[in-house]
Design a protein around this ligand. Structure first.
Ligand code: SAM
Length: 327
């Protein structure tokens, strides 16, 4: 298949929307961020954001198939800021397209390349310096990466996508957001309390066996609280800032057609339960395996009820998913 033709730039004439984050990052901040990834990426991968391969599909079931459906007729998908490449691999199993994962961290790319590729999948991983290295493709996915970037880099990236993406190209953005200042209703409070019970269940199941977390797990928990070293609501990595509830939609709409927006995950629910299960699996792998499907199914149901309630309460990070088609 030939590469799609380059389109002429369509520079927006309106002033670009402001973002509540730094305009640029200093070299010292970038170095601190790089140190963080060198020190803690393995914890994110095993216990938090990425999760082990057996838990990840259960914890992410709410939206990964939706992304694949939206990209079903794409020819070449770019996964920008791909990390260890788990979502590139998950998509490559579900779509016909070739999938290219790109990341600024050579260590993450080495990890992605070292992981087995699903049979029949067409997938490759490359490191890149920044938005200027973006290749032409007919689908671009940004999953959990834009909230690590300063405002100027986000705008550079959107300009590049706008310049390169052919008409009809598919864009997907999945990023954390906080809905600051929105009160928690009584029904939502009850749901949050029930979710918290599910989050505590893996540790409770270990206690019911008369066991306490091993020294390894206790050490992991200590490290993970150290990771939250910045001013809230940033973190765990130093440059990480969730968007406000409307920011990402406003930015995407500035460059492309107004996107479809859905809030697809409440991170302190299924992701938190999956993290607890990953910790439990260190101490009692059989127990973790046996309770995971039912527990993640139950929390997914509660999470669905919470996400269907409006307005969403200000009580943690949500994942917003925006999809847009280049006009
Ligand atoms: C939270 S991880 C997300 C990885 C993957 N997309 C996922 O969802 O698992 C953020 C990723 O963004 C990458 N990253 C951070 N700053 C970046 C930048 N300025 N340009 C490209 N990638 C960046 C990091 O190396 C990391 O792999």
């Amino acid at each position: 298949m030939l590469a799609p033709p380059l389109r002429t730039a369509r520079k927006p004439t309106r002033p670009r929307p402001a973002l509540a984050r730094n305009e640029f990052t200093t070299p010292a901040e970038r170095a601190r961020e790089a140190r963080w990834w060198a020190t803690y990426a393995w914890i994110e991968e095993r216990f938090y954001w990425v999760l082990p391969p057996d838990l990840q599909p259960l914890a992410r079931q709410r939206y990964v198939q939706r992304i694949a459906d939206f990209l079903h007729d794409a020819v070449h998908v770019i996964d920008y800021g791909c990390g260890n490449g788990w979502i590139a691999r998950a998509l490559a199993r579900r779509v016909r397209a070739r999938v290219t994962g790109l990341d600024f961290s050579p260590a993450q790319i080495a990890l992605a390349r070292a992981t087995e590729v699903p049979a029949g999948a067409r997938i490759d991983f490359q490191s890149l310096a920044g938005p200027q290295d973006l290749p032409v493709a007919d689908a671009y996915l940004f999953h959990g990466v834009l909230h690590h970037l300063p405002a100027a880099e986000i705008h550079d990236l959107m300009n590049q996508v706008q310049r390169l993406a052919p008409r009809g190209a598919r864009l997907v953005f999945v990023e954390p957001a906080c809905f600051t200042g929105q009160p928690v209703g009584d029904a939502q409070r009850a749901l949050l309390d029930r979710i918290q019970v599910q989050v505590e269940e893996p540790a409770a199941a270990l206690r019911r066996l008369g066991r306490v977390p091993s020294a390894t797990v206790q050490r992991l928990r200590g490290i993970s609280s150290e990771r939250w070293w910045g001013e809230q609501p940033c973190g765990p990595s130093p440059l990480e800032r969730p968007f406000t509830g409307t920011e990402l939609g406003t930015v995407v709409a500035h460059y492309f057609e107004p996107p479809e927006l859905a809030v697809v995950q409440y991170l302190p629910a299924s992701l938190a339960v999956a993290s607890e299960l990953a910790m439990l699996a260190e101490d009692a792998p059989e127990l973790a395996r046996s309770i995971a499907p039912a527990l993640l199914g139950q929390v997914d149901e509660l999470e669905g009820l919470l996400l269907a309630s409006t307005p969403l309460p200000d009580s943690g990070w949500y994942l917003q998913m925006l999809t847009a088609t280049v006009p």
